[in-house]
Write a protein that binds this ligand. Structure first.
Ligand SMILES: *Cc1c(COP(=O)(O)O)cnc(C)c1O
Length: 460
């Protein structure tokens, strides 16, 4: 499989080059040249384990890593999950809940970042060189990225977070990691400041090249690929006949997770609808319902990992929506950059695309869903996951819906307290963080201080 850019400006490259490139060098997003069709084989995959399915799926998209090595990468990327099934699925009457939070940081980002960390290490061992990751986080991504590259040779990671503005739990998940290749930086400023600093560092091409700077953000194709696996696995596990299907309901922020579901459906998995759930930041839900894609202001909610207006992976979907035509895509993106909006035509009553059903869940309905689910089933939802149940329950379908549980509820204790009047969400790995030694550098939101710190730490 070769990879190209949505903007049409790069020559076809292999998987490992696509991983190293991250964002395409023409400013677009990297996509596979074609989408493999698995509909003829899929019935023979039923009953395979998570890792066996992962090998089948990933082999279709990777031809520059040998099978045995890919098998080892998959093993290493799933062995820190505390569930034998990796992503177990729980039946709570009218919906299934797919638990994606059994990894080291208790959020679904572990599935993608454990794999990405191992692939990076593999590529550096094979082709030489080093990688120094610089990232910005508002909470969840930072700790998952740190765990993804822990103890990896030739990789250092620098993660900036806004000082005092992540939850205390999220901060300690990051700064209690004392390994010498991990550098946490608390910025005196906001998350936007952190992102701005990261962009400034990457825009200095001399600094970037000299220090082999790399990114781990959600546009990396390896992250999408790792996520396609659980759609294939769970859609097979939860159906038993060829003409039976499931829907997926997905708490959505940067559109990476649901885009993986879109690819799984295109590949021929038994998926009927993709339900896109947002919180009050509903630019994507508006687009699918009205055809208007228009930027608004970010609202802070109880599901902070979905507090995003412009979704970085959305360009991938648009590329397919516009018939894989880079020219049309370029003009849509230009219009969005210049006017802050663009408009697509509706298809009758089914919105923009009959494959998607989009809805948004406000704070009140999200809290109500957490409480109802606890009262009826003694099952505790985190606030992100709860948005997907709100949207699933509003959708009438002959098929059952799999709601993606993207974080463990114990990561968001104050939302649980708001919903139930008491905080009953706990997890032993979070309890174990209390009182741990921490290490973190406090810096002002000044690009020269950041560069100086990186230089100092990378000096042999
Ligand atoms: C990142 C995240 C999301 C959003 O996923 P996208 O791929 O950005 O759409 C949802 N829930 C949680 C808990 C997350 O950490």
């Amino acid at each position: 499989m070769k990879y190209i850019s949505t903007r049409g400006g790069i020559k076809p490259i292999n998987f490992c080059e696509a991983v190293r490139m991250g964002l395409a060098s023409d400013g677009g997003l990297i996509v596979p040249e074609s989408i493999p069709d698995i509909s003829a084989d899929i019935d023979s995959w039923r009953g395979l384990s998570y890792r066996e399915i992962a090998l089948k799926v990933m082999s279709l998209f990777i031809d520059d890593i040998q099978t045995e090595e890919l098998e080892q990468l998959i093993q290493a990327s799933t062995e820190k999950f505390t569930s034998k099934k990796v992503t177990p699925c729980v039946d709570i009457d009218d919906v299934f809940v797919l638990e994606l939070f059994h990894g080291p940081t208790l959020a679904f980002k572990d599935l993608a970042l454990q794999f990405l960390g191992n692939v990076f290490e593999y590529i550096l061992k094979r082709d030489g060189g080093e990688l120094n990751i610089l990232g910005a986080t508002s909470g969840d991504t930072g700790s998952a990225a740190i765990q993804g590259v822990l103890n990896k040779e030739n990789i250092n990671i620098f993660i900036m977070h806004p000082k005092g503005r992540t939850s205390p739990l999220q901060a300690i998940q990051m700064i209690s990691v004392l390994d010498k290749n991990v550098h946490n930086i608390a910025i005196n400023g906001t998350f936007d400041d952190c992102q701005h600093l990261m962009k400034s560092a990457f825009n200095d091409s001399e600094f970037k090249a000299k220090h082999s700077l790399g990114a781990i953000n959600s546009v990396n194709w390896a992250r999408i690929l790792a996520q396609i696996v659980y759609y294939v696995n769970s859609s097979l596990n939860q159906t038993d006949a060829k003409n039976q299907k499931v829907n997926f309901s997905v708490p959505t922020g940067n559109f990476g997770d649901i885009f993986a579901g879109f690819i799984a459906k295109k590949m021929g998995c038994p998926i009927d609808k993709l339900l896109l759930a947002t919180n009050e930041n509903n630019i994507l839900a508006k687009f699918f319902n009205t055809g208007v894609y228009e930027k608004g202001n970010v609202v802070h909610t109880i599901s902070p990992s979905m507090d995003i207006q412009v979704a970085s992976n959305f360009e991938r979907y648009l590329y397919y929506y516009l018939g894989e035509d880079s020219k049309t895509l370029n003009s849509a993106m230009d219009s969005f950059t210049n006017k802050g909006r663009f408009v697509c035509k509706l298809k009758g009553d089914s919105g923009i695309d009959p494959q998607f059903i989009a809805g948004s869940a406000d704070t009140e309905s999200t809290l109500k869903m957490i409480k109802e689910t606890w009262d009826r089933h003694e099952y505790l939802l985190d606030p992100h996951t709860a948005t997907s149940l709100v949207v699933a329950k509003n959708h009438k379908s002959p098929y059952k819906t799999i709601c993606l549980a993207t974080a463990h509820p114990a990561k968001f204790p104050s939302a649980i307290e708001d919903a139930l009047g008491k905080d009953i969400a706990t997890h032993p790995s979070l309890d174990a963080l209390k009182g741990l030694e921490t290490r973190c550098e406090d810096l002002d939101a000044n690009i020269n201080s950041i560069k100086e710190f990186v230089r100092k730490k990378l000096k042999p």
